[in-house]
Design a protein around this ligand. Structure first.
Ligand SMILES: *Cc1c(COP(=O)(O)O)cnc(C)c1O
Length: 395
């Protein structure tokens, strides 16, 4: 949580900005690494959750690989020291250039999402005179029981290969001369909090694996995707329970020991270490309705406008008795709200507002709509150490 020294520092710098608690990021990384090592699971951090260089370098330092969904993400991962042998590449719309970059970089696996893409990768590999490691991203038709805009594993989502097409691929497997089809990939969605859905996923994985084996196709590795949710209501429960998450797979997957298991966590690693810090510009009262206009908008944090997400919002400057507020940004769009009917201490122009749990899908989605400046960022380990009077306020 934020301490008084950090809040004092925030008073002095221009808002809005992202603040990253690097200690918390490290704690989360220790936790997930320890839990994964227990079962020899391989981790690829989902770069799309937060591609900030300091964050990437910290994650790389813990030995994780990278899960990329564009050519630029592959390049960024490589530039920040990730080993190509730990990079996987998914996405329904890979361009020829991106496929070529992936092949030339000799990454661990291209996770292929359709029959046509398989043919394109095969022909590009042929042109480059290479043979490429492929995992098939299977659409398991498992409901992740999360927001519809972050559900990816249902039959009519655009992601993954259907079981009918899988049959076709297996029948024609010898025609892909420039591919090694050796992996299976599944990713059913994001911000998953009902862990039982992973048990359903395990069942589909077991069935799919057996089917490939029965058809004489040897699968060397299975990638179970990401999606583990975080607690947005209570960011104080900062580190997700990685042990019980991995245990579900350990207990429910039924594949031989020599099949490597891979995971692609994004949000669960970086979500809680980020804060969006903003200042109140204006307050408006209309009848019984109080609205605070802050200097951050959906250009800095898109999740509330895009996914109806609710982040914990805290007035860092005031501890007065409370009032009910709507909290809006400055962007000329009606969707530019961070929360409705939020209880906050009596708030006024100039108060600092902290929006919590914004480390994932925050900074990385920032835009310059309304020609706003791109959001700036600060890190807990770069805050000058000033002597602190008083005790920690928000622990
Ligand atoms: C987005 C994504 C992830 C990461 O999801 P989180 O919910 O952030 O853990 C993993 N794998 C793929 C293929 C993705 O698209």
């Amino acid at each position: 949580m934020l301490n008084q020294q950090e809040i004092n520092y925030f008073e002095k710098v221009k808002t809005p900005f992202y603040f990253y608690d690097m200690g918390l990021l490290q704690k989360s990384l220790f936790a997930i690494k320890d839990a994964a090592d227990l079962y020899n699971f391989h981790l690829h951090y989902a770069v799309k959750a937060n591609a900030n260089e300091r964050i990437l370098r910290t994650i790389k330092g813990f030995g994780l690989g990278a899960d990329c969904v564009s050519g630029n993400e592959i390049q960024t991962a490589l530039n920040n020291g990730f080993s190509p042998h730990q990079i996987v590449f998914a996405g329904v719309g890979k361009t020829d250039d991106e496929i070529e970059l992936a092949i030339n970089s000799n990454i661990f696996s291209i996770n292929c999402e359709s029959v046509q893409e398989l043919e394109v990768i095969n022909s590009i590999a042929k042109k480059l005179n290479k043979r490429v490691r492929i995992a098939l991203r299977i659409n398991p038709n498992v409901d992740a029981l999360t927001h519809s805009k972050i559900t990816t594993g249902l039959k009519f989502n655009k992601f993954g290969i259907s079981l009918i097409d899988v049959k076709f691929i297996i029948e024609n497997i010898n025609s892909y001369e420039n591919l090694f089809i050796e992996g299976l990939h599944f990713h059913i969605g994001s911000q998953i909090t009902i862990l039982d859905v992973y048990k359903k996923l395990c069942k589909v994985v077991n069935d799919t694996f057996s089917y490939f084996t029965s058809q004489g196709v040897r699968i060397k590795h299975i990638n179970l995707g990401g999606g583990l949710g975080i607690n947005y209501q209570n960011p104080e429960s900062q580190i997700p329970n990685f042990l019980s998450y991995f245990e579900i797979f350990k207990d429910n997957l039924n594949v031989p020991e020599n099949v490597d298991l891979h995971f692609e966590p994004g949000r669960s690693i970086v979500g809680q270490c980020g804060y969006l810090i903003s200042k109140i510009l204006y307050s408006k009262t209309e009848g019984n309705n109080n609205t605070l206009i802050i200097d951050a908008g959906f250009t800095e944090l898109l999740r509330p406008a895009l996914y109806d997400a609710n982040h914990k919002i805290v007035n860092l400057s005031s501890r007065n008795k409370t009032e009910i507020y709507d909290i809006a940004g400055p962007i000329c769009e009606t969707s530019d709200y961070f929360g409705r009917a939020i209880e906050l201490p009596l708030s006024k122009r100039g108060d600092l507002i902290g929006i919590y749990s914004t480390g994932a899908y925050g900074e990385v989605m920032a835009s310059q709509y309304n020609l706003r400046s791109l959001v700036s960022k600060y890190y807990s380990d770069e805050i000058p150490l000033l002597p602190i009077a008083g005790k920690f306020l928000f622990v």
